[in-house]
Design a protein around this ligand. Structure first.
Ligand SMILES: Cc1ncc(C[n+]2csc(CCOP(=O)(O)OP(=O)(O)O)c2C)c(N)n1
Ligand SMILES: [Mg+2]
Length: 599
């Protein structure tokens, strides 16, 4: 009897070796595409792929998450930080649904991500069965490529096209495979489907703009007297060229949030960020320029850009559809920002008049002094800027800093300067909460030896806080700094300043994050007072493994815009009058701060 079973087993194994399953074909092809990491969480709808992964565990890492949303954020961040394809996986129905927010983050920020999901059995689909969600239909809006696999013989072509489309369009590709099809080995190839008729190669566009467009752009930039440059995520990797352009044109470089790491903050040309969480000199450079050069940015808050009839515009973007999206440009250059600037720089004439840049530099000196004053406050409760400033000072030049959405984004934008060599990111265009920790995990997996930091709020962290155990499980020494204000701070201020109403529904039930960290097997630190901030940060950053540093901060510290508008001030006053519960303390904090800064 046992002999017969054994013989049968051997027979099945041999049969399997001869005929790969659909999942085997998928994984083999992904390996050929250079995929070495997949983030996900299994389920019975994707177990065929899990088995193929198990069999290739030496070639391709499976990183198990606690929530599929985190897997999609990780794939997105992996793509952002490495420039390679990020891959995530989820089971049919709920697993695939959970991925969606992270996938939208990838779509919005232009990260190349492949999502692999399970689908109900091919012959039970659309029968009101369990987990019977047609994920390809659900993903129609998020995906640039979206395919339902129909059989083994379909996998190779679909995989090639999915990878190539995600990379070419910097978006989300989705492959969904019915559970039973994942394990199928039998080919039922149609006569026209020639075996191996596609290729697993991706060739990026090497094109540079044509000479006429370059000349036209140079003419406009040379004619301008006050040129301002806006650098976005597409300018990352073109730092030297940006600084050279800025030098020749005597132009300040303003950085959109995703372009934060395009040039380091100690560059004499940059005025830092723009928008609500930007700097005053950046705002000034936008308001005063007569010529506007956009490099790789689709910064969405157009009210912070020059007025449409104010400046002559030139824009560089890889994607021609984005040229003229936010500003009525006169010249557009389609191409990679580094290569395009290399072509453009020799056509530019050095501006002898440097006063526009010098004014920006003077403004930046004053802004930095103001920021330092805010970062050196000794109040109790501690100001969040103190933590950001002290952290920023200590970060290594190889640090990868992942931020989250909230008031923390402002503290990060203004008080954690970029050092040469660092990478920084956040969910820029979707501006979703909870991305910070998954981003940092992906960074640490991609770069095991670099210093990986998550700078997050208590609201954002608690959304996906179980991912701390993912750090523990894979021994990732990620350092998570939680700015704990026991509130959804950003919304509190938005309710008051934008809507003119008292805060509502924003208080958070406090969590002891240091204790939680210990319960997960990580180290936990708490900073309660500004006087201990430097010492505890030193201690925490020196730990070997993952750790959480919760910093208890003043919940009433406002993320003041660089220039408060009359409308914002009026709304703010109205919210206090309408019965804002913390009105006295808030008035004291806000007005006290303004007065302190004035005298
Ligand atoms: C998934 C998601 N839900 C809600 C929001 C709206 N939102 C933006 S910031 C924010 C508050 C963030 O709170 P926290 O993480 O504690 O940071 P804080 O603002 O307090 O610094 C909220 C609710 C969002 N951007 N994303
Ligand atoms: Mg908070």
């Amino acid at each position: 009897m046992w002999g017969l079973c054994f013989a049968l087993l051997v027979g099945i194994t041999r049969e399997k070796q001869r005929h790969m399953t659909a999942a085997d074909v998928l994984l083999e092809r992904l390996c050929e595409w250079g995929v070495d990491t997949i983030f996900g969480l299994p389920g019975d709808g994707i177990n065929g792929v899990m088995e193929a992964l198990r069999e290739r565990r030496e070639k391709i890492r499976f990183i198990q998450v606690r929530h599929e949303e985190a897997a999609a954020f990780m794939a997105c961040a992996y793509a952002k930080y490495t420039g390679r394809l990020g891959v995530c996986l989820a089971t049919s129905g709920p697993g695939g649904i959970h991925l969606l927010n992270g996938l939208y983050d990838a779509k919005f920020d232009g990260a190349a991500v492949l999502a692999i999901t399970g689908l109900h059995h091919h012959d039970l689909l659309c029968t009101h069965s369990q987990q019977d969600v047609e994920l390809d239909k659900l993903y129609m809006d998020v995906a640039v490529y979206n395919a339902r696999v129909m059989g083994v013989e379909h996998v190779e072509t679909v995989t090639d096209l999915a990878c190539r489309t995600a990379l070419a369009y910097r978006g989300v590709a989705h492959i969904t495979i019915p559970t039973d099809v994942q394990m199928m080995t039998k080919e039922k190839r149609s006569p026209r489907n020639r075996k191996h008729h596609t290729s697993m190669r991706f060739v990026g566009s090497g094109s540079i703009p044509n000479p006429d467009d370059l000349r036209r752009a140079a003419e406009i930039l040379n004619a301008g007297k006050r040129v301002t440059i806006l650098a976005g995520s597409g300018a990352i990797g073109a730092g030297d060229q940006l600084e050279k352009t800025a030098d020749v044109l005597g132009a300040p470089i303003v950085k959109a949030l995703l372009g934060k790491a395009s040039v380091p903050d100690d560059s004499p040309y940059t005025t830092g960020g723009i928008g609500l969480l930007g700097t005053k000199p950046s705002q000034q450079a936008m308001e005063d320029c007569d010529t506007f050069l956009i490099v790789g940015s689709s910064f969405p808050y157009i009210e912070f850009l020059p007025k449409p009839d104010q400046a002559r515009g030139v824009q560089i973007d890889l994607n021609p559809i984005r040229l003229g999206l936010r500003y009525p440009i006169e010249a557009g250059l389609v191409g990679d920002s580094r290569k395009t600037l290399d072509e453009l720089i020799p056509l530019l004439k050095r501006k002898e008049e440097r006063s526009f840049l010098e004014k920006a530099q003077k403004g930046m000196k004053e802004w930095n002094e103001l920021m330092l004053t805010r970062a050196k406050r000794t109040d109790h409760p501690m100001k969040p800027q103190v933590v950001a400033h002290e952290l920023g000072k200590r970060l290594r030049s190889d640090a990868i800093v992942s931020c989250d959405s909230g008031t923390i984004t402002t503290w990060w934008a203004r008080h954690i300067p970029v050092k040469r060599g660092q990478m920084h990111s956040v969910s820029g265009t979707l501006a979703t909460m909870a991305c910070g920790v998954p981003y940092a995990i992906a960074a640490q997996i991609a770069y095991p030896d670099r210093q990986c930091i998550a700078f997050v709020g208590d609201g954002g962290f608690s959304m996906l806080m179980a991912e701390l155990v993912t750090c523990v499980k894979y021994q990732l020494p990620v350092k998570i700094v939680i700015i704990k204000n026991n509130t959804l701070g950003q919304i509190k201020w938005e309710q008051m300043v934008f809507s003119g109403v008292p805060e509502y529904g924003v208080d958070l039930q406090p969590i002891d994050f240091a204790l939680y960290a210990q319960a997960c097997g990580a180290q936990g630190f708490t900073i309660k007072d500004q006087a201990d901030c430097e010492r505890i940060l030193d201690q925490a950053l020196a730990t070997q493994g993952p750790c959480v540093i919760e910093a208890e901060v003043d919940a009433l510290e406002p993320p003041l815009p660089a220039k408060v508008t009359l409308e914002q001030a009026t709304h703010f006053a109205e919210s206090l009058i309408k019965g804002e519960p913390n009105r006295e303390k808030i008035a004291y904090t806000v007005f006290g701060e303004k007065i302190r800064e004035l005298i």
